[in-house]
Design a protein around this ligand. Structure first.
Ligand code: FES
Length: 207
């Protein structure tokens, strides 16, 4: 029977040998499955998580197979958690540490480096206005002020209906179409107040 956390037929045949367990520097280290060093064999307790779903755990374990050095899987693991929850925090680092057996401190340090991993819940639409040099020269600061007034929030805040979070961002590599902003995964370029009005109206309508 296939291990529900691996979803990997190759691992299924590989795990029929008796799993071993060693202790290294005080941490449990499981005998590697040939070709799949990060998958725990059957009989070894799987991580108990309250936040991350079984699907996320399985996806993280599938991704880990690609990385011979365990620590290298930290960003893919953080990405899976972020996609499920929408932000990262200490409890999520704890669960990721259990699943990956990467030290929690290492996971938290990596996450802290990336502003694109939010550390608290945010609105449905994350508005990131670039305020770097090209955008600043084309009026980014005035557009940020306009958005603050329009949404009745300050930079870093979320509207009470949890629809919008407003942030500034460093250069997003859209300088040729400045001023610009990224909203979730899309770019909006050559911004004007009128364009912003239309976008906000559309997103409010869609809810
Ligand atoms: S300065 Fe704004 S995208 Fe580069």
């Amino acid at each position: 029977m296939s291990d529900p956390h691996t979803d990997n037929p190759a691992a299924e045949s590989a795990v029929k040998t008796e799993p071993g367990k060693n202790v290294e520097n005080g941490h449990a280290r499981y005998e590697a499955i040939p070709g799949h060093p990060h998958i725990k064999p059957p009989g070894v307790p799987q991580a108990q998580t309250k936040i991350l779903s079984a699907e996320s755990i399985a996806e993280i374990q599938r991704k880990m197979v690609r990385y011979p050095v365990r620590k290298s899987a930290v960003l893919p693991a953080l990405t899976v958690a972020y996609r499920q929850i929408g932000y990262l925090n200490d409890e999520i680092y704890e669960e990721l540490a259990q699943i990956t057996e990467i030290p929690k401190l290492h996971i938290a340090e990596a996450a802290s480096f990336y502003t694109l991993f939010p550390k608290k819940p945010r609105g449905k639409y994350l508005i990131m206005v670039c305020d770097n040099i090209s955008c600043a020269l084309c009026g980014a600061d005035s557009l940020i002020k306009y958005l603050e007034e329009k949404l009745q929030i300050r930079l870093g805040e979320t509207t009470p209906d949890n629809l919008f979070t407003l942030q500034s961002a460093e250069c997003l590599a859209g300088c040729s179409a400045a001023p610009m902003m990224q909203v979730n995964h899309a770019y909006y370029e050559n911004l004007t107040r009128k364009k912003i009005d239309e976008l906000i109206e559309t997103w409010r309508r869609e809810g």
